[in-house]
Design a binder for this molecule. Sequence first.
Ligand code: GRF
Length: 212
Amino acid sequence: MSIRIAVLVSGHGRGSNMAAIIDACQRGEIDGQVVLVIGTRSEAPALQRAAEKGVRTRVISPRNLSEEEYAQRLLHALDEARVDLVCLAGYMRLLPVPVVRAYAGRVMNIHPALLPLFGGKGMYGEHVHQAVLESGMKVSGCTVHFVDEHYDTGPIIVQRCVPVEEDDTWETLAARVLVQEHQAYVQAVKLFAEGRLRIEGRRVRILPPTSP
Ligand code: GRF
């Protein structure tokens, strides 16, 4: 069964992970369809990019709304679009708890480091990669995980590593990680669409493919 996917982006998100998921659906690699991209601001380049790919977009801004009202608007949009999976991609705020609960086990996020290291509030973009460089670690990478009620703490689905090079700046490291992000996110969504992810406590078990 083909799954229905919504992608959430925020602010000025450029939407490269979103685009990777849309493209993988459109070329048939993922048995699914991105039916909706929701942004927090109309100026987000990600929304334009989605529209150019023929995907419906909506702006739901949390500004001037209580957390409860924002949650209800998100839920209404997701329910109305009959969404099976929500992918956060450059969504820089905590997803409201009612949404996390209503879509438990059906919301994923991507983080540009190897969780549980270098995660949590304030750890995004440049801050993550700077912290990795300052730590002296020789590897970094990315993590796709299910979303729970906190920042970056949900069960891990897929991780990919990259080396930290001697002359790396945060920009060169970020660029190397980003290539892996696109592949990791597509892989995780594909596994979900195939019904091959089972959450067991903190672990996500990847089930073998079923024969056709
Ligand atoms: C990515 O680095 C992702 O890991 C993080 O936000 C960034 C979004 O980039 N959560 P893009 O908008 O997908 O290009």
